[in-house]
Ligand binder design. Structure first.
Ligand SMILES: Cc1cc2nc3c(=O)[nH]c(=O)nc-3n(C[C@H](O)[C@H](O)[C@H](O)COP(=O)(O)O)c2cc1C
Length: 230
C-alpha cells in the first residue's frame, strides 16, 4: 500500500526494563492522544523483545531523536534485537528516569516516561496507550522526522567508503544484486536466504523495511568475507 509510505512520522528511542535487563528499540509510530492527562500512543511489532517487555511491565520511556542523531544510534537500537545483545553496552550518554528506565541524553531533544493504561491487540502489532509521568527538554535541535532519517541519516555517507564503492559496483551490475532496492526481492543464490542472514546478524525481522542500503551493505560485507566478492 504505497499511499502509507507517504505518511510522516517522528523518530524515537523507546526504552524498557524487565528483571534488571534494559532494552530499547527505534519506533516511529508515536503520537500524543490526550492532553489532560497527557497520554501518548505507540504501536509496537509483536516480534520485538521491547514489545514483550512493555506488555509485561507496563512501563516505557520515549526519547525524541533530533536531526543531529548519529546513524549508529538507529543501527544499534533499530536493526538488532536485545535478545542477543546488550544494546546499551558502551553507551555513555544516558540517565535514568524516576521509573528506573533509561533516557538517552545525546542525539535527542526531549524525553518522557510513561505508564501503560490501555493496549489494543492489532494482530501483528500492539497499540499501547500510556500516561506521561515525567518529561524533559534536552536541546533545541529540531526533531528528526522519518523523512530526515531516510534522506540524511541513513544515507550512504554513514557507510565506510570502501564498502560504499563495492556496493555501488555490485548494485549496478546485472547479476549480483542481493535484492532490488525498494521491493526487497531476494535474488542472490549464495546465501540461504536474506532473512536467515539478518537473523544471524541479530537483526530482527521488521515490517518497516528500514534502511535497505544499510542491510545491503551488510550482506555485501558477508559476501566479501565469505569470498564471493573481491
Ligand atoms: C526507522 C525505523 C522505524 C521503526 N519503527 C518501529 C515502530 O514504530 N514499532 C516497532 O515495533 N518497531 C519499529 N522498528 C523496528 C525495531 O526498532 C527493530 O525491530 C528492533 O531491532 C527491535 O529490537 P528488540 O527486539 O530489541 O525490541 C523501527 C526500526 C527502524 C529502523
Amino acid at each position: 500500500m504505497s499511499a502509507l509510505q507517504k505518511f510522516t512520522y517522528g523518530m524515537f528511542l523507546l526504552t524498557a526494563q524487565e528483571a534488571g535487563k534494559d532494552n530499547g528499540c527505534v519506533v516511529n509510530t508515536v503520537m500524543q492522544v490526550s492532553s489532560q492527562p497527557a497520554r501518548v500512543a505507540v504501536c509496537m511489532f509483536k516480534k520485538n523483545l521491547t514489545h514483550d517487555m512493555v506488555l509485561r511491565t507496563g512501563l516505557f520511556n520515549l526519547c525524541c531523536f533530533s536531526t543531529d542523531a548519529e546513524f549508529e544510534l538507529f543501527r544499534r537500537f533499530g536493526m538488532q534485537s536485545g535478545r542477543k545483545i546488550d544494546k546499551f553496552q558502551d553507551l555513555t550518554s544516558l540517565e535514568r528516569g524516576r521509573n528506573g528506565l533509561y533516557l538517552l541524553t545525546q542525539g535527542v531533544n526531549s524525553s518522557l516516561c510513561a505508564r501503560v493504561t490501555d493496549s489494543v491487540d492489532l494482530d501483528d502489532h500492539t497499540l499501547f496507550i500510556a500516561e506521561v509521568t515525567e518529561s524533559h527538554i534536552i536541546s533545541q535541535v529540531p526533531s528528526c522526522t522519518f523523512d530526515d532519517y531516510q534522506t540524511h541519516i541513513s544515507s550512504h555517507k554513514n557507510i565506510p567508503s570502501a564498502l560504499r564503492w563495492v556496493c555501488r559496483s555490485v548494485t549496478s551490475s546485472k547479476i549480483n544484486s542481493p535484492f532490488s532496492r525498494g521491493t526487497g526481492t531476494f535474488r542472490f543464490p549464495y546465501l540461504l536466504s536474506f532473512r536467515n542472514y539478518l537473523r544471524k546478524q541479530g537483526v530482527s525481522e521488521s515490517p518497516y523495511n528500514p534502511v535497505m542500503f544499510e542491510r545491503e551493505a551488510r550482506v555485501i560485507e558477508l559476501l566479501i568475507s565469505e569470498g564471493f566478492l573481491d
